[in-house]
Design a protein around this ligand. Sequence first.
Ligand code: GRF
Length: 206
Amino acid sequence: MRKARIAVLVSGGGTNLQALMDSERAGVISEGEIKLVISDNRDAYAIQRAKNYNIETEVLLRKDFPSREDHEKALVGTLKDHDIDLIVLAGFMSILSPYFIDSFRDRIINIHPSLIPSFCGKGFYGLKVHEAALSYGVKVTGATVHYVNEIPDGGKIIIQKAVEVKDGDTPEILQRRVMEEAEWKILPKACQMVCQKILEEEANAE
Ligand code: GRF
């Protein structure tokens, strides 16, 4: 049976991408293969990580296109050219328009560093999520992998994992613990689950 073709969209350090590539190699993602990594930031270390794994990379910068629509058209075109089945947003900082989402309905997943519906939606990204969790005083936070729809962080939840908040945590310390204990584990698992589903649906349609 064929494997689902995965593209990972990144903007930064790419530790989640690293977890995905390692999991593919370890057989955790057995029904998918990462075929393409797209970055909207030329300096993203994630690009180097992909190159180290011999995965094709594309850099598509917003500033190289006259409008956001043109940038997204280029993204969609590149993904279609590579016959991508599943798009994984792994620290991708551009917000996607309904046009993009509609082009890959139920084929886009995202990792968010909190237990949705807490500390999510517009404005909650990066360290801001952990700052908000600490200032609210929650004792448990975590990470969520969900489908992407038109509502920021509002699509159907696929997997969540809880992480303890400890006394003396700073946003940076908490961010690291959420990555290590939750994000790097549930993103590969969710990827495998969605790849399986895609292939099953395809087999049933035949
Ligand atoms: C992660 O915290 C992820 O949850 C969020 O952005 C961060 C990306 O980190 N969406 P990395 O680039 O995978 O290291």
